[in-house]
Design a protein. Structure first.
Length: 247
C-alpha cells in the first residue's frame, strides 16, 4: 500500500474517532472542533493528532476550542504537537504523549517471525497473566495487551511466556498493535518476532496495522517490520480559559 493510501486510511480513522465533523485541512495547519465525546483523548481533555502535513484538534467546550484555535492559528502542523511550544501559548496542566503513529501495508511488511517458535494463545491464558504481572502495572497498561481482541502471539522460555503481541480491532478496519516483553528478556528481538506474527494475522484479516509508540525501542521495532511513521498523537489537559477567550 503506497504512502498516500496509508495516509488517507489513517486520516479516516482519526476523523471518526474525533466524534464531530472535522477534516485534516488546511495543509501545514490544524483544524479545531468542539467534541466533548472525542476518542482522541480522555474526557475533558484536548486531543491533538497530526497525520502527514495537517492536524486536527478536539476540544471539550466552546471556550476551550476558542482558546486552542487562537493558539493553533499561530503554529504549524508540527508545532501543535510540540509540548514545549504548546506550554508557551496555552495553560497546559497535564500531558499524555506525544506518541508516534505508524502504519503498514502488505507490500511494505518485513516479516520476522518465521522459525522463531511463536505460538498462538487465547486471551485470558495464564501465561499471559503472568507476563503482565512481571512487567508491572504501568508497563502492562501502556502495552494495551489486556485489551486485545485478536489471539495473543507468544514466545516461551521453558514454561514461561516472555513476550506477547496482539491487536485490538479499531474503527475503519484498523488493527491497533500491542506488544510486551518481560523486563529480563528485552534486547533480544523477541518483540519483533511476536509483533511480526500479530501483524501477519492482521494483514491476512484485511486490516490496517497501526503502531502507536512513545519509547524509542518500540519505534525501532516498528521500523524493522516496515511500518511508516506518518503522524503524532498527544492529549493535553488545559487550565481555566481566560475571561473573554473563545467568544
Amino acid at each position: 500500500m503506497a504512502d498516500d493510501l496509508l495516509l488517507m486510511h489513517a486520516r479516516e480513522l482519526w476523523v471518526e474517532l474525533a466524534g464531530a465533523p472535522v477534516e485534516f485541512f488546511p495543509p501545514g495547519g490544524a483544524t479545531v472542533v468542539v467534541a466533548p465525546g472525542s476518542l482522541l483523548c480522555p474526557p475533558s481533555w484536548t486531543g491533538i493528532v497530526r497525520i502527514g502535513d495537517a492536524a486536527l484538534i478536539t476540544a471539550p467546550s466552546v471556550q476551550a476550542a476558542g482558546m486552542v484555535d487562537d493558539a493553533a492559528r499561530k503554529m504549524t502542523h508540527e508545532e501543535v504537537v510540540d509540548i514545549a511550544r504548546l506550554r508557551a501559548v496555552l495553560p497546559v496542566l497535564d500531558v499524555l504523549g506525544p506518541a508516534s503513529l505508524s502504519y503498514l501495508g502488505r507490500d511494505g511488511f518485513l516479516p520476522a517471525h518465521e522459525g522463531t517458535g511463536v505460538e498462538q494463545l487465547p486471551i485470558g491464558d495464564g501465561g499471559l497473566a503472568a507476563l503482565l504481572a512481571v512487567a508491572g502495572e504501568e508497563e502492562a497498561g501502556e502495552s494495551g495487551l489486556e485489551d486485545i481482541s485478536s489471539p495473543a502471539f507468544c514466545l516461551r522460555r521453558g514454561e514461561e511466556v516472555v513476550a506477547a503481541a496482539g491487536y485490538r480491532s479499531w474503527p475503519q478496519s484498523v488493527a491497533h498493535l500491542s506488544v510486551l516483553v518481560a523486563p529480563q528478556h528485552r534486547g533480544r528481538r523477541l518483540a519483533r518476532a511476536v509483533a511480526s506474527a500479530a501483524v501477519a494475522h492482521a494483514l491476512d484479516a484485511g486490516l490496517l496495522p497501526q503502531w502507536r509508540a512513545r519509547p524509542y525501542p518500540s519505534r525501532r521495532v516498528a521500523v524493522a517490520l516496515g511500518f511508516r511513521e506518518l503522524g503524532v498523537q498527544l492529549s493535553v489537559r488545559l487550565g481555566d480559559v481566560p475571561v473573554g477567550q473563545g467568544r
